[in-house]
Design a protein around this ligand. Structure first.
Ligand code: NAD
Ligand code: ZN
Ligand code: ZN
Length: 346
């Protein structure tokens, strides 16, 4: 089969690779029909994730059709259409019982990191019963493929950790796919205002179409001052950090009103400054974390009901065997006016 393989920092190849086989009774082999490129794949390619080694198949979002199951798999059979969680988990250990699947003591592997991922014709899914979800008939698979990672990430680590409440004022720093998914999932909780902050006017304009009520371009003046002006000097109830730089974490710390919550989603390659000397008096709460995908079943229902439409984020589509071109577009996303890039193997 063909797969996109990591070859060390800055290097990757679309190569012929052995098709995965069942290794444990709880495994399933899935034929990928749609996969994506995620911002984290670019972090891996840049060498920011040393755990990913030479030869690893990348990719952690995907939908497909079950090809084969091990003798211990009871919830799925060949021919089933499935959504793949970016995290595989045993479902039985202490962490899984707390729905902290990414910390599963027997699995908890993120696809495309410590085990082979979804940017391939086939993928092996360990613990298939607790790592796959049935696709309800008639549901748009382009919408569902982003429920493997960016939608649960945004909902769990951004919106739920941020405790978004009806009528509140929310700021989201970063209008990339994760920030946009935060924008769409935050609306499930009816905030009064959502202020989107980015450096790119096209992305900000797109965010208006997806429901942002205000936008701030942080390359055109001080972002903190602009947010304060928009909120009559009060600040925001929730600041979601969806970039991963010290400067954007700092913006979030400065725009919170008393009782505010800072929900950090961005993966930070460098230490950030924590301004406790300013934060304590405002009674703020700071959270961060790694996606568990425990909200995926709920998100499947919200997609089915039409309450959120993740497919709005798709700007580019490529056949899977043109994945190298797709990476070029995604790498230059703001210039290419790209948001989410989908790869087809239908
Ligand atoms: P992205 O790079 O596509 O988007 C980031 C956005 O931030 C871009 O639109 C960029 O213009 C904007 N930006 C950059 N500097 C800025 C600044 N100074 N002020 C305002 N905006 C600025 O990334 P993405 O794919 O949307 O992912 C966002 C982050 O979420 C990444 O760090 C990613 O690794 C992380 N992530 C975390 C988890 C988790 O489990 N916590 C899961 C998936 C992704
Ligand atoms: Zn991802
Ligand atoms: Zn477990």
């Amino acid at each position: 089969m063909k797969a996109l393989v990591f070859r060390g920092p800055g290097k990757f190849e679309w190569v012929e690779k052995e098709k995965p086989t069942i290794q444990n009774p709880t495994d399933a082999i899935v034929r990928i029909t749609k996969t994506t490129i995620c911002g984290t794949d670019l972090h891996i390619l840049g060498g920011d994730v040393p755990a990913v080694t030479d030869g690893r198949t990348l990719g952690h979002e995907g939908v497909g059709i079950v090809e084969e199951v091990g003798s211990g798999v009871s919830n799925f059979k060949p021919g089933d259409r499935v959504l793949i969680s970016c995290v595989t988990s045993c479902g039985r250990c202490d962490y899984c019982k707390k729905a902290m699947y990414a910390h599963c003591e027997d699995g908890g592997w993120i696809l495309g990191h410590l085990i082979d991922g979804t940017q391939a014709e086939y993928v092996r899914i360990p613990y298939a019963d607790t790592s796959l979800y049935h696709i309800p008939p008639g549901t748009d698979e382009e919408a569902l493929v982003m429920l493997s990672d960016i939608f649960p990430t945004s909902l769990e680590i951004g919106v739920i950790n941020g405790e978004v409440q009806p009528g509140e004022v929310i700021a989201i720093v970063g209008a990339g796919p994760v920030g946009m998914a935060s924008l769409l999932t935050a609306q499930l909780y009816s905030p009064a205002e959502i202020i989107m902050i980015d450096l790119d006017d096209n992305r900000l304009e797109m965010s208006r179409k997806f429901g942002a009520t205000r936008t701030v371009n942080s390359s055109k003046g001080n972002a903190v001052e602009q947010v304060m002006e928009l909120t009559d000097g009060k600040g925001v109830d929730v600041a979601i950090e969806a970039v991963g730089f010290p400067v954007t974490f700092d913006i979030c710390q400065q725009i919170l009103k008393p009782g505010g919550r800072l929900a950090n989603v961005g993966v930070h390659g460098k230490p950030v400054e924590l301004h406790l000397e300013q934060l304590w008096i405002r009674n703020v709460k700071i959270t961060t974390g790694l996606v568990s995908t425990s909200t995926t079943p709920m998100l499947i229902k919200t997609v089915q009901s039409g309450k959120i439409k993740p497919q709005q984020l798709v700007t580019h589509r490529f056949p899977l065997d043109q994945i190298m071109q797709a990476y070029e577009v995604f790498r230059n996303a703001p210039k290419e006016k790209a948001m989410k890039v989908i790869l087809y193997n239908d």
